[in-house]
Each structure stands twice: as structure tokens, then as C-alpha cells.
Design a protein. Structure first.
Length: 185
């Protein structure tokens, strides 16, 4: 069976829900996308803690996440302040660039196991917990050589129980709970 068929068995029928970019200057990037694609408002993650592993090794990263929506589609800008190791290192050195396509899943551990069985490795993974109690687990897949872009699995849970897909109404609620802050562009 061809590699693509093996991947599809483990992958299911995902829908792209996120476009992730690394920005050298998030302010300029947000203004550009706000004007070009009518993306407003923007939300910044109020990160309380994070734990990130690159190729199985725990790493420290300084970054901020900014999110806006075009309908149900999420645009994420990652502003990286330091990245000696990890999946953002090359992008950090290059400045603004398209980085990944993201997919929301309801059981990230199960999906990672399915993809591993199909021969897809995890390059970087971890979680980000916000001040309001939301926890997002993520896994960047080793797909750059085969697909031309990195693919990301994303699973967000509220109060460690309810799995949600991040959408604009949820972000507006997140402003109230302290998970995100609304950013004016």
C-alpha cells in the first residue's frame, strides 16, 4: 500500500482549521493580515505555563501566540523571542513565514498513535495552559519533506474535561475567563 494510503488510514478525514505563521514582528503581521484578509479582532494567549519537547527532549521557548478568525478558519501568529532548538528555530532566524497547517482532534493521544503506526513521527509536542484554565495539547508532525509543510494536531480542553475547537465566540468568552486578551490592531 502506498505511503499516502497508510497516512490516510491513521489520519481520517481532517479539515484544515488553522494556518500558523511565525512572525519577526507580530504588530506588522497582524496589521497586514487585518487589512488584507479583514482579520479582526486578534486575541493573545494568556499563557500560565507550557511544556514543550523537541525530538523527545524538553526545551525552553519564549513565545507569544496571537489568533484571529476568518469564519471558522483560524490564523495563528507565533512571535518567537528565543529558539535555539525546536521547530521554530529556522523560522525564528528567517523572520515572517508560513509555518504549519493545523487540525483539531478530539483525542490527540489516539491520533498520535495512529499516525505513528502509519510511519509519521512527532517532531515537537507539548501543552500550553492559560490563566483561565484552558489547556491546549499540540503535536507537530514530521511531514515537511513529504507534504512541503508541517502539519499540527491540536486538542484544547476546558477544565480538563470538555474538548473544544477554538472559534471566535469561544475566544470572546476567553477574554472573560482570562484565557486570552483582545488585541487592538
Amino acid at each position: 500500500m502506498a505511503l499516502a494510503e497508510e497516512i490516510i488510514k491513521g489520519w481520517g478525514n481532517p479539515q484544515i482549521t488553522q494556518l500558523g505563521m511565525v512572525a519577526g514582528n507580530k504588530g506588522e503581521s497582524m496589521q497586514w493580515y487585518a487589512k488584507l484578509l479583514n482579520l479582526n479582532p486578534w486575541f493573545r494567549s494568556n499563557t500560565k505555563e507550557q511544556e514543550i519537547y523537541f525530538l523527545g527532549e524538553k526545551i525552553e521557548l519564549e513565545l507569544e501566540l496571537y489568533i484571529a478568525f476568518s469564519g471558522r478558519f483560524q490564523v495563528e501568529i507565533i512571535e518567537v523571542f528565543s529558539a535555539e532548538k525546536g521547530i521554530y528555530a529556522d523560522a525564528y532566524r528567517q523572520g515572517n513565514m508560513l509555518h504549519h497547517l493545523g487540525y483539531y482532534v478530539s483525542n490527540i493521544e489516539q491520533k498520535k498513535a495512529q499516525l505513528k503506526n502509519a510511519g509519521i513521527d512527532i517532531v515537537q509536542e507539548g501543552y500550553i495552559a492559560t490563566k483561565g484554565g484552558a489547556v491546549t495539547h499540540f503535536a507537530y508532525l514530521d511531514t515537511l519533506k513529504d507534504c512541503g509543510i508541517i502539519l499540527e494536531l491540536i486538542e484544547t480542553k476546558l477544565m480538563d474535561r470538555v474538548t473544544v475547537v477554538q472559534r471566535a465566540p469561544l475566544m470572546r468568552m476567553g477574554v472573560i475567563t482570562g484565557d486570552v486578551k483582545k488585541v487592538k490592531v
